[in-house]
Design a protein around this ligand. Structure first.
Ligand code: PBG
Length: 327
């Protein structure tokens, strides 16, 4: 070691200097809060596996949206719990479906809040799968599913959604959706594709919250193998070619390397979904006093930004907004 000796610790000793050289800044501008729209009236019921997150009925949804907007949260993503399920998931693209009504209510009350809608069939199909199941009852049919997903996306655009977010992982659905939206006069509606969505164990609490667990088999024939990341780059490339504006990696925490590779390779807006199981793990440990909730959450979300995410979908968005507001 020659003279002068490089001392890295000089950079860390004073808070003021730490602030000046900080590389990653988490702000509310990056966060999207998920909302679960449920049937009924005057419903605001906490989801047991996801403390402080609620099932909310359409009549209360604009109030909720207004609160979030006033807290400084720029965007929400909507998930619907339909009144009825059938093999085709018909309520998913119904003009008066639960999500369509919720979008209209939110847009009427807080037009500047960015409304993203999850586009999928799994909450709406009796099979619980994200696409249509063929007559043998075993395979998911790709191309017919894309047609339906495009209908779902169009119905959301008609209701006023700013961004549609297909989460099904069928091949070609981004192109089908882009064409449908353009032909119907919605070229300005963006597509946020769940491009690299893994077949993950971290979705457990969500499937309970959204009542969307597959009734047979699993999702491994359409969602990605957690062991692969070259394949994620190919998935992202195809979605971008088909017209995706923003691409998502999901889950987030165990996939920081994938987020980074996607960001470095494509230099497009990248979203990361800090999913329900990631939320539940922190909640459970914090409840037992094993970790400190606030500092752990901020560390995790900052790590996703550091990995390269521009946008983070997180059930903690509301907590972060309060922490930033109240100091
Ligand atoms: C539906 C969908 C899922 C999630 C978002 N959209 C579940 C799944 O693919 O089984 C998971 C979100 C979460 O766990 O927070 N396709």
């Amino acid at each position: 070691m020659g003279y002068p000796m490089v001392r890295m610790r000089r950079l860390r000793e004073k808070e003021g200097i730490r602030r000046m050289i900080r590389e990653t800044h988490l702000t509310l501008d990056d966060l999207v809060y998920p909302l679960f729209v449920a049937p009924g009236e005057r419903v605001r019921k906490e989801i047991p596996s996801m403390p402080r997150n609620h099932h909310i009925s359409v009549d209360l949804i604009s109030e909720e949206a207004k609160t979030l907007y006033d807290l400084g949260i720029p965007a929400v993503i909507l998930f619907g719990l339909p009144e009825t399920k059938d093999p085709f998931g018909s309520e998913a693209w119904h003009e008066d479906g639960i999500v369509q009504r919720a979008v209209r209510a939110i847009k009427k009350a807080v037009s500047d809040l960015v409304v993203i809608t999850d586009v999928c069939l799994c909450q709406y199909t009796s099979t619980g799968h994200c696409g249509l199941v063929d007559s043998s009852g075993t395979r998911i049919e790709n191309d017919p599913s894309c047609g339906l997903l495009a209908e779902v996306a169009l119905s959301h655009a008609l209701a006023g959604a700013d961004i549609v977010a297909p989460s099904d992982m069928m091949d070609g659905r981004v192109q089908a959706i882009r064409r449908k939206l353009d032909d119907a006069g919605f070229p300005h509606v963006l597509i946020l594709s769940y491009a690299a969505k893994y077949a993950s164990s971290f979705y457990g609490p969500f499937r309970e919250a959204a009542d969307s667990a597959p009734q047979f088999g699993d999702r491994r024939s359409y969602q990605m193998d957690p062991a692969n990341s070259d394949q994620a780059l190919r998935e992202v490339e195809l979605d971008l070619d088909e017209g995706a504006d923003i691409v998502m990696v999901k889950p987030a925490l165990a996939y920081g390397d994938v987020i980074r590779r996607v960001k470095d390779r494509f230099r497009v807006p990248v979203a990361a979904y800090n999913v329900s199981g990631e939320y539940a793990m922190i909640e459970a440990a914090a409840e037992r006093g094993w970790i400190d909730r606030r500092s752990t959450v901020l560390e995790v979300l900052t790590s996703l930004k550091r990995a390269g995410a521009d946008i983070i979908i997180t059930y903690y968005a509301r907590d972060v907004a309060r922490w930033l507001r109240d100091g």
